[in-house]
Design a protein around this ligand. Structure first.
Ligand SMILES: [Zn+2]
Length: 140
C-alpha cells in the first residue's frame, strides 16, 4: 500500500527478521529501549492472522520483551498494539524507567520531567538475546 508507512522501506534499524515479520530498534533518544515488531503483510488485526501466525508474532513480541529486560533491566515493559493511525499490524515493545521523560504515563503521554538519558542496547547484543529467547520459546 503506497500510503502506508509500514509498507515502505524502514527508516529504523532492523534487529531481526524472518519471512513473516521484523523487529526494529526505534531511533528515539528519549526511549532508547523502544522496539517495533512489524508483520510484513498489510493486515490490520491480530485476528486477520492464522492461529499459527498469531502465535509466531506473539513469540517474537515476547522474545523482544525478554531481550530488552535482559539487556536494560527496565522498571517495566510496555506492550502496545494500537494501529489507529497506521492500520498495519505492529506491536510496540518499550523498556520503561521511572526517571524517563514520561513515566508513569505512556511514552505518547504527558511530559513528566526532563528525563535521564541512557544508552540503548547494542544492536548485536539485542539480536543475539532475541534469537536465544525465541529459540527457547519455540522449544517450550
Ligand atoms: Zn502497510
Amino acid at each position: 500500500m503506497d500510503s502506508c508507512p509500514l509498507c515502505q522501506p524502514d527508516t529504523d534499524e532492523t534487529i531481526w527478521a524472518d519471512a513473516s515479520c521484523r523487529v526494529l530498534l526505534v531511533d528515539d533518544e528519549d526511549h532508547p529501549g523502544y522496539c517495533r515488531v512489524i508483520w510484513h503483510a498489510h493486515v490490520a488485526e491480530m485476528s486477520d492472522l492464522t492461529p499459527a501466525d498469531q502465535r509466531h508474532l506473539m513469540n517474537v513480541v515476547m522474545a523482544t520483551e525478554i531481550a530488552l529486560r535482559e539487556l536494560m533491566q527496565p522498571a517495566k515493559i510496555n506492550l502496545a498494539s494500537l494501529g489507529n493511525k497506521v492500520p498495519h499490524l505492529h506491536w510496540h515493545v518499550i523498556a520503561r524507567f521511572v526517571d524517563d521523560r514520561h513515566f508513569p504515563d505512556a511514552i505518547w503521554g504527558k511530559l513528566q520531567r526532563e528525563g535521564v538519558r541512557r544508552n540503548g542496547p547494542a544492536r548485536a547484543a539485542l539480536h543475539d538475546a532475541l534469537v536465544v529467547a525465541l529459540t527457547e520459546l519455540r522449544a517450550g
